[in-house]
Design a protein around this ligand. Structure first.
Ligand SMILES: [Fe+2]
Ligand SMILES: [Fe+2]
Length: 276
């Protein structure tokens, strides 16, 4: 029975470092077959680059998804077509570069992966429900199971998309808020659901950035530079077991590892340049 680990938004160097040091050991200890990670904040907190996508793959990330920050790094639009383990959100304009879904194959198990962006409190996009239905129908033909990520601000929109996909996706998992939710559940028709996987990054922060300038910005409304925070780095995600014959989840749980918990999985080999 394949086990899939979905990692929530990897934020900056702290997030990349915890993936590098913990994922190989965690993967082995938990017998994970496929790892999917949202890396929309991996590059300095905003966007992704080809170099960082290759690093994440080298540390055990089989597939990378993105969100509203997909184009924050200027070079990335030109790089993404060459990254066949990376997909951009599916409900962007069809002419946008990059794959709008992935099919990851592991020991004969084929997992379809795609992301839809929500539209509440986010810029206008193509309808995530229409796009999700088209993707779910298509991937059902060519995959054993489907992971559908909902990258959205509003919990209501995420829950609605979860019920919408019930019975078609093995896992519907939310991202974007960077705050994990305690609602991992099996829906009525066998879809595993979690409103938000939480961020993989520094929690002594406001969703990954140093708190103090953000507090000041809330108070006086003046622009400031928001640096990626450094402390209380955690690995957050959802672990799901999938029954291949049905494409449905049999069990799932939130994984939220604080530093004293992730040390046990830590790789002794700390060499390797992790950049900035
Ligand atoms: Fe994010
Ligand atoms: Fe986001």
């Amino acid at each position: 029975m394949p086990r899939v680990f979905f990692i929530g938004d990897i934020v900056g160097r702290p997030g990349r470092t915890v993936v590098r040091e913990v994922l190989p050991g965690f993967r082995q200890a938990e017998k994970v077959d496929v790892v999917v990670a949202n890396a929309e904040n991996a590059a300095g907190g905003s966007g992704l680059t080809g170099r960082l996508a290759r690093e994440l793959r080298g540390w055990g990330v089989d597939a990378i998804t993105l969100g509203d920050h997909v184009w924050d790094q200027k070079s990335f639009a030109a790089e993404i077509p060459g990254l066949d383990w990376v997909c951009r959100p599916a409900n962007l304009h069809p002419d946008c570069p990059g794959r709008d879904h992935l099919v990851i194959e592991k020991d004969g198990f084929r997992l379809g992966v795609f992301t839809v962006l929500g539209r509440n409190f986010l810029p206008p996009r193509d309808c995530p429900f229409q796009v999700a239905r088209a993707k779910l129908d298509r991937l059902a033909e060519e995959c054993d199971a489907i992971l559908m990520e909902v990258h959205a601000e509003a919990t209501s929109e995420k829950v609605a998309l979860g019920w919408f996909a019930d019975g078609q996706a093995a896992l519907v998992v939310g991202t974007h808020t960077h705050i994990p939710t305690a609602d991992c559940t099996l829906l009525e028709k066998g879809t595993g659901y979690c409103t938000d996987a939480g961020m993989t990054g520094p929690y002594r922060s406001v969703i990954g950035r140093e708190a103090e300038p953000i507090i000041e910005r809330f108070i006086d409304g003046m622009p400031r530079r928001f640096e990626v925070a450094q402390k209380d780095v955690r690995l957050s995600g959802v672990l799901v077991d999938i029954e291949t014959s049905t494409g449905q989840a049999t069990d799932l749980r939130l994984v939220h590892l604080r530093e004293n918990e992730w040390q046990q999985y830590r790789n002794d080999d700390r060499s390797g340049n992790n950049g900035s």
